[in-house]
Write a protein that binds this ligand. Structure first.
Ligand SMILES: [Cu+2]
Length: 367
């Protein structure tokens, strides 16, 4: 019969990865903290480990607790075990004539990938139970919105477009318009072999997925379609309203009928770039841009040289979410505020390449 402590240790050790001395040294070079629990006498007799922090066993819990005032200074809240950068891109575009209501060419792709690898060609992302992994996603597609999920797991969104979000929040799916960035931590607490990928089955088949492989698990990567793929910026905002702006500017976005070349053209306030006069912004003033999307498409809206604060969408209000690209839903009104604190010509445009190439741009000039 196994004694109680042996059983306890066996269960605990299932979740522990034992590093060789060489692996431990490599992990330390990558920022890991090595804690030496050996009694002083042992350290003296057998030698100190360069770079390790000696912590006495009887104060270990207080020295290791991230929330404790007695924690060792090398530990920081929000630490993660791995950092993984994934850029989304679509490849081999072609123009395709779309039916009503667009009746114009749109772009379609043959492949979609994370970084430079299709799902079928990429090495799995290897994880261990209990790890916290920071994923940094960038939608580097020229034209496509993307929604991502990792079945069995949640994304805790901590930053957007490089700015910490005021209210980190856990969600089942992430949606990124063209050029948007999201940093999210995933707690690896659902052992198995999973697909991190697009919620669109066609896009996954085109290659937009990556295997997440827990240590000691085998089998085919599993995908489970999420029940809902709604996306709401206001989950990450403060509830309080933003303060009133000094200056208000309205921008109405509308398509024109497809031109003879089969391409859809776009207007801002009835004018197509470059046949539109620049709009003025006032140095030092807080400006509120009111976007009115009178089209059936989403538009990832981008203002050069400034960041802005999301203020409202539809009937919702909030504050504190700082971005530089924001994806406006079809037939909706959105407001963002920015401080004009970087004098110089400033271009505003939709980041969907076909829209920006066909009129969806506006120049702002400081006065
Ligand atoms: Cu657009």
């Amino acid at each position: 019969m196994t004694d109680m402590i042996t059983g306890l240790l066996e269960r605990a050790r299932e979740h522990i990865t034992r590093h060789s001395p060489a692996q431990a040294a490599e992990a330390m070079r990558n920022g890991a903290v090595l804690v030496d629990l050996r009694p002083t006498e042992y350290r003296w007799r057998f030698g100190e480990i360069p770079g390790a922090i000696a912590v006495s066993r009887h104060v270990l819990e207080w020295r290791m607790d991230l929330t404790s005032p007695h924690r060792i200074k090398e530990l920081r809240a929000g630490d993660y075990d791995q950092e993984i950068f994934l850029a989304i891109h679509h490849w081999q575009p072609r123009l395709m004539m779309m039916g009503a209501p667009m009746n114009a060419n749109d772009v379609a792709y043959k492949y979609a990938s994370f970084n430079d690898k299709l799902f079928s060609a990429a090495e799995p992302i290897r994880v261990r139970q209990g790890q916290r992994i920071l994923f940094r996603f960038l939608n580097a597609s020229a034209t496509q919105n993307v929604t991502l999920a990792l079945p069995g797991h949640q994304f805790t969104v901590i930053a957007m477009d490089g700015n910490p979000v005021p209210q980190p929040h856990s969600v089942e799916t992430l949606t990124l318009g063209v050029a948007e960035r999201i940093d999210a931590v995933i707690e690896m607490n659902s052992p198995g072999i999973w697909v991190l990928g697009s919620t669109d089955a066609n896009e996954r088949a085109m290659g937009l997925g990556r295997t997440i492989e827990y240590a000691s698990k085998t089998g085919k990567p599993l995908w489970v379609q999420p029940e809902s793929i709604t996306w709401d910026y206001f989950r990450f905002c403060n509830e309080s309203k933003a303060s009133d702006p000094d200056v208000r500017i309205s921008l109405v976005f509308a398509p024109l009928a497809a031109a003879a070349d089969g391409m859809q053209h776009w207007t801002i306030n009835g004018k197509e770039y470059p046949d539109c006069p620049p709009l003025s912004i006032q140095n030092g003033k807080r400006h509120r841009l009111t976007f009115v999307n009178s089209s059936a498409e989403m538009h990832p809206l981008h203002l050069h040289r400034h960041s802005f604060e999301l203020v409202s969408l539809g009937g919702k209000h909030g504050s504190g979410l700082i971005k530089d690209v924001v994806n406006i839903p079809p037939h909706s009104t959105m407001e963002v505020d920015f401080l004009a604190n970087n004098p110089g010509d400033t271009l505003f445009h939709c980041h969907q390449q076909l829209h920006m190439d066909y009129g969806f741009m506006q120049l702002f000039k400081y006065i």
